[in-house]
Write a protein that binds this ligand. Structure first.
Ligand SMILES: [Zn+2]
Length: 115
């Protein structure tokens, strides 16, 4: 049988493993194994569940409002404005970046997120 035909079974088994575990982030019962030892401190089963939900059903857990987006973007704004080429501002609930007369709107959305 092709892997494509097994996708929903794979998703559902993965979801079951991630949900039934009782660790805070990751452990050998859910995500950790020999080959990912170097990144185990970064693994998180809650984020994995969100990624799975997005991949399988297109579900995004939460969206940022415009103020939250602006707060998240602030450090990037400061970096962009260092050389004076970029002008970043907040107008009509949107982040705008202006450079060489060309204006772009920035939208920050969540792909994976844990509070
Ligand atoms: Zn675990």
């Amino acid at each position: 049988m092709e892997i494509a035909n097994k996708t929903s079974e794979l998703f559902s088994q993965t979801e079951k493993i991630l949900k039934k575990c009782d660790c805070d982030s990751s452990c050998h019962e859910c995500l950790n194994h020999f080959w990912n030892q170097r990144v185990q401190s970064k693994l998180n089963r809650y984020i994995a569940l969100q990624l799975l939900g997005w991949g399988e059903k297109g579900v995004i857990e939460k969206e940022f409002n415009s103020t939250e987006q602006y707060e998240i973007f602030k450090p990037i704004k400061e970096l962009l404005e260092l050389d004076g080429e970029f002008n970043v501002y907040f107008r009509k609930d949107a982040i705008k970046v202006l450079r060489n007369g060309i204006e772009k709107e920035i939208y920050i959305y969540i792909s994976i997120y844990v509070e």
